[in-house]
Design a binder for this molecule. Structure first.
Ligand code: CP
Length: 303
């Protein structure tokens, strides 16, 4: 069987494909009423909570003229009776033209794609990857900085379990970045990603002090400590309040600095930051709809 092209990892897209998605998203931002997918049906299957990803995907499907089926949690599906993920995906792929899926298990989207007869989009698989978030992050970076080249990107927080930073590293490596990785010892970037950067010749430095690099970065990528991924509650309690960014900490920031966050935030960005010219996380989430319209169009062979 010829497998349809899916988006499971950001590595599934070349640099040219990434730039193509950003360009098409830009077009959709200028005109978001598109109806060229009338007659298509897309499944949005969320086995784990979501606000932004699910609703921006559903909105994207609607704006493209297609229809959505799916569920926001799997308690009322036959998985509750013990059906395997593979069988669930085999069945649903008979009904739809594309599957968008979030799942708590790393590798679940790849399993789905291995049995589905339609494209599968990974909307987050446990601590592993979140490639559509990465594409909207790149879109937001390019929109605010004018280009993607030679930027200093400071990633702060949970770099161990935070899947968005893993995908972001892999995508940004094409554009000659310098990475600062700010995390407590327990939540440092996994070795495999550091080795990836070393292999690609991308420079990076690690610190556990948030104050150290606030004035020398172009992008400050804040992340939530991922409570749901910790094996022991005591381990989470030790690090849950490790960083809190406030407006006064940004007094020496570069004028072009933008603060991104995949959201939700739970205390790592104080609300007084929202009124600074550096805050961009709410617009970033808004950009997600255009980027997801572009991803759907591309994988279905339209744009
Ligand atoms: N950024 C993100 O994935 O948000 P949700 O969990 O609300 O989808």
């Amino acid at each position: 069987m010829n497998m349809p092209k899916s988006l499971i990892s950001i590595k599934d897209f070349s640099k040219d494909e990434i730039l193509h998605i950003l360009n098409v998203a830009e077009e959709f931002e200028t005109c978001r009423e598109q109806n060229f997918l009338a007659g298509k049906v897309i499944a949005c299957l969320f086995f784990e909570p979501s606000t932004r990803t699910r609703l921006s995907f559903e909105s994207a499907v609607n704006r493209l003229g297609a229809r959505v089926i799916g569920f926001p949690d799997n308690r009322n599906t036959s998985q509750a009776k013990g059906e395997t993920l593979e069988d669930t995906m085999r069945i649903i792929s008979n009904y739809v033209d594309m599957i968008v899926m979030r799942h708590p298990q790393a590798g679940a989207a790849a399993i789905a794609a291995s049995v589905a007869s339609v494209p599968v989009v990974n909307a987050g698989d446990g601590p592993n990857e979140h490639p559509t978030q990465t594409l909207l992050d790149l879109y937001s970076i390019r929109k605010t900085q004018g280009n993607l080249e030679n930027l200093t990107v400071n990633m702060v927080g949970d770099l161990k379990y935070g899947r968005t930073v893993h995908s972001l590293i892999e995508a940004l490596h094409y554009f000659h970045p310098h990475f600062i990785m700010t995390a407590p010892q327990e939540l440092r970037m996994p070795r495999e990603y550091l080795e990836f950067l070393e292999k690609k010749g991308v420079t990076f430095e690690e610190t556990d002090r948030i104050e150290e690099h606030l004035n020398d970065c172009d992008i400050l990528y804040m992340t939530r400590i991922q409570q749901e991924r910790f094996p022991e509650p005591e381990e989470y309690a030790k690090v849950k309040d490790v960083y809190k960014l406030t407006a006064s900490m940004l007094e020496g920031a570069k004028p072009n600095l933008k603060i991104l966050h995949p959201l939700p935030r739970v205390g790592e960005i104080a609300t007084d930051v929202d009124a600074t010219p550096y805050a961009y996380y709410f617009q970033q989430a808004g950009n997600g709809m255009y980027v997801r319209m572009a991803i759907i169009s591309y994988l279905l062979g339209y744009r």
